[in-house]
Design a protein around this ligand. Structure first.
Ligand code: NAD
Length: 422
């Protein structure tokens, strides 16, 4: 059995950043930031289609609100635990702070396998969960969003349930709502676009010209596809892509839109491995893109892919992480010594939460921005966070991920000091 405890890992990362920042009151800072401000555990009864009542366990963790309302997704997964939700809420505090959006960190979850529920049961679970956490959320207090196995339809039910509770149309209480309920344009590609911008900034630092730069991508889902699409638009060549069935390579470049269309239009079950325009097919090899001699690598699948054991085999000069946690701490150190430029996950995949923030801003003003406006502002945020991280890296002489943590933790600590919390 794995002994991995996400909350312990999150606390270790926090401690590391605090130590580098060398605050005189580092124990007090750690004491305040290593625990969430509030965590609510709720029992969610659902009347099942067979007439029985099942009770599911749900959580909402609110880690820190020094910079604004709590912000973070809600996941539905059988393995959701209190520790995981707390760790992820802490991570959201850093992600929002690094992106410099006026939010703290929150996260919610329900221990359930949503695929085992009928649509009616799923709706009742969603409404009853949100009703149960309603006393601690609002557009000014805590603004949930989707995460693993939750989607815009579930956000619409959350919004509706909260609006009934509050007695008005509270559009700003959840984000990533359907466009018909004033979700934001650009949300669909926000993560991949942000990753592409982060990769572009990292490439500049590495002295790589995007025109003709080679890119490989592990995982060709939402994040991987859109990162590929925008990098391709800017002149880069997508030379390798993998999914759960294997890897395809074409050193002349793959067309991201054609590949996406081919993978998704006829059947959701299609794999990149059968795409006609490939020079090489590596069936069953899902990790090959990680080790090709390319300029830019985008891990966009799973956590724990680049480790202490295989980091030496990574040949890319730039890594922009769309996936959460694809690189371990040991691998970070090895890659950093070799001068690889890394845009770490919570910097490079923050596009989703940034556009969530834009949605909330639009909802609160009762306006809708154009797609160009959303893209322009998103680009600005990702560029700014990348360069803040780069400055911290140079100032403190640390690896890229630690530099990102330093910027984020320091922003939160400064806000706490100004408010008299420390
Ligand atoms: P997705 O389900 O749309 O796509 C995942 C892709 O990865 C699929 O093509 C799948 O076949 C492939 N894949 C799965 N296991 C693989 C493996 N072992 N090797 C190679 N490919 C594999 O998911 P997504 O939304 O694109 O998310 C991908 C990653 O990005 C996840 O780590 C997710 O947490 C992270 N992320 C996504 C978003 C977002 O808004 N989509 C935001 C932040 C972080």
């Amino acid at each position: 059995m794995s002994t991995y405890n996400p909350y312990e890992e999150a606390k270790k990362q926090l401690k590391k950043a605090i130590n580098v920042l060398n605050y005189p009151d580092r124990d007090s800072v750690y004491a305040r930031l290593s625990v969430p401000e509030r965590i609510l555990e709720v029992a969610i009864p659902v009347k099942m289609d067979d007439g029985t009542i099942k009770v599911f366990k749900g959580f909402r963790s609110q880690h820190n609100s020094a910079r604004g309302p709590y912000k973070g997704g809600i996941r539905y997964h059988p393995q959701v635990t209190k520790e995981e939700v707390i760790a992820l809420s802490m991570w959201m505090t850093w992600k929002c702070a690094l992106a410099d959006i006026p939010y703290g960190g929150g996260k919610g979850g329900v221990a359930v396998d949503p695929h085992q529920l009928s649509p009616r049961e799923l709706e009742q679970l969603s409404r009853n969960y949100f009703r149960a956490i309603a006393p601690i959320v609002s557009p000014d207090i805590d603004i949930p969003a989707p995460d693993v196995y939750t989607d815009p339809q579930i956000m619409a039910w959350f919004f509706d349930e909260y609006s009934k509770y509050a007695g008005y149309n509270a559009f700003g209480v959840v984000t990533a709502k359907p466009l018909e309920l004033f979700g934001s344009l650009g949300r669909i590609y926000s993560t991949g676009y942000g990753t592409a911008v982060a990769a572009r900034e990292a490439a500049k630092v590495a002295g790589i010209n995007l025109q003709g730069a080679t890119v490989s991508i592990q995982g060709y889902g939402n994040a991987g596809y859109y990162a590929a699409k925008f990098l391709h638009e800017w002149g880069a060549k997508i030379v390798a892509v993998s999914d759960t069935k294997g890897t395809i390579i074409n050193w002349n470049g793959l067309d991201p839109d054609k590949l996406h269309e081919w993978k998704t239009t006829k059947s959701a079950k299609r794999s990149v491995i059968d795409y006609p325009d490939a020079e090489q097919r590596l069936e069953g090899d899902t990790t090959a893109p990680l080790f090709l001699n390319v300029d830019i690598l985008i891990p966009a699948a799973l956590e724990n892919q680049i480790t202490g054991e295989n980091a030496d085999k990574v040949a890319a000069k730039v890594i922009a992480e769309a996936a959460n946690g694809p690189t371990t701490v040991e691998a970070d150190e090895i890659l950093d010594k070799r001068g690889v430029i890394i845009a770490p996950d919570f910097q490079a995949n923050a596009g989703g939460v940034i556009v969530s923030y834009f949605e909330w801003v639009q909802n609160r003003q009762g306006i809708s921005w154009t797609e160009e406006e959303v893209k322009r502002r998103l680009e600005g945020k990702i560029v700014a966070s990348f360069h803040a991280m780069y400055e911290a890296k140079q100032k403190y002489n640390v690896d890229w991920r630690t530099a990102a943590y330093i910027v984020a933790v320091d922003r939160v600590v400064k806000a706490m000091r100004l408010r008299g919390w420390l």
